[in-house]
Design a protein around this ligand. Structure first.
Ligand SMILES: Nc1ncnc2c1ncn2[C@@H]1O[C@H](COP(=O)(O)OP(=O)(O)O)[C@@H](O)[C@H]1O
Ligand SMILES: [Mg+2]
Length: 307
């Protein structure tokens, strides 16, 4: 449904998006996960035709954006990171205005607006001016506006950033609902748990590049199959040799105060710990858990996703 090939955008010296390629399959949620400044919004802006790419191509439903931008825009719904609504109009007025731009009229427009206001949980507040809405309510209206013309592909740019838990749950549910009806979604976020639970396919992005891509289980498999062991303590820089002899243990990170290992599936965590304590390491804290995407991000970039 969406094919992005070698997409690049430079702002002067800065390469904000650097040779991005991915395909979002029809009826699925494709996620772009990355910290602030990764290039998510720049990517969305190029796909919806707001920013001209420096190079590369975008195809939506087989149509080349460069060749026929109008046909592409008709199939696209965009929910921008910066909320774009008229504060003095009510929710339903905002929606009707937007639906009108897309050519909806009369009874069709009215019933579509009612349906969407119900979907985002704003039906009972629809006639109040938007300026009295909470941030979460504005985000939900923003989402409804992106869906008003029933687009096949919806681009959602961090739709849940900084909002209350109830609005977040509503937005995530709406995303699942429209995907169940066959819509394709491109979803950007810097929230790892959200990406992990929502997306069918995920690309992890930083500095304009995709670092890893696949289904959640494929991405986790890149960490290897096993448990993650994190040790805090005072580690002499020469001590890695002491633990490298321990079976079933693979070193991911070793610094003066922290060491991280993969305990391979099949190896006994108990035996590994006994060997570690026996090696004379000075340990302050020991933590064992199943690896998650944060660990993959750390492995790929050497830093935490949360800034
Ligand atoms: N119009 C612009 N002019 C110059 N630099 C920009 C512009 N838009 C974005 N950038 C830069 O491009 C990089 C990627 O930004 P952005 O796409 O907004 O990232 P994200 O949405 O992942 O936080 C950042 O370093 C940002 O400062
Ligand atoms: Mg952004």
């Amino acid at each position: 449904m969406l094919r992005v090939e070698h997409l690049t955008k430079s702002f002067g010296e800065l390469i904000a998006v650097d040779g991005l390629s991915f395909t979002a399959e029809a009826g699925k949620i494709f996620g772009l996960l990355g910290p602030n400044g990764a290039g998510k919004t720049t990517t969305i802006s190029m796909i919806c035709g707001l920013l001209r790419p420096s190079s590369g191509s975008v195809h939506v439903d087989g149509i080349d954006l460069g060749a026929d931008p109008i046909a592409v825009k008709r199939r696209l719904g965009v929910v921008p990171q910066e909320i774009a609504i008229y504060e003095d109009l009510s929710a339903v007025e905002n929606l009707r205005f937007w639906g009108g731009i897309y050519g909806l009229r009369g009874a069709a427009l009215r019933s579509r607006c009612e349906e969407l206001l119900r979907l985002v949980g704003l039906a009972d507040r629809s006639t109040e001016p938007v300026r009295v809405f909470s941030g979460g309510m504005k985000r939900r209206l923003n989402l409804a506006m992106g869906l008003v013309h029933g687009p096949k592909l919806v681009l959602l740019d961090e739709p849940t950033a900084g909002i209350d838990p109830q609005a977040r749950l509503n937005i995530l549910q709406v995303v699942r609902d429209i995907v169940a009806e066959g819509t394709t979604v491109l979803y950007t976020t810097h929230y790892l748990e959200e990406a992990e639970h929502l997306c069918d396919e995920l690309a992890i992005m930083d500095h304009g590049k995709i670092l890893a891509q696949g289904s959640i289980s494929e991405l986790k498999a890149q960490l290897g199959d096993g448990s993650l062991l994190t040790l805090q303590g005072d580690f002499d820089p020469v001590q890695p040799e002491k633990v490298s002899a321990i079976g079933g243990l693979r070193t991911l990170e070793w610094s003066a105060e922290r060491a991280r290992f993969m305990v391979e599936r099949g190896a006994s965590v108990g035996t590994v710990l006994e060997d570690l304590y026996g090696s004379g390491l000075h340990l302050r804290d020991v933590q064992i858990k199943e690896p998650n995407l944060e660990d993959l991000f750390l492995k790929l970039t050497g830093r935490e996703l949360r800034d």
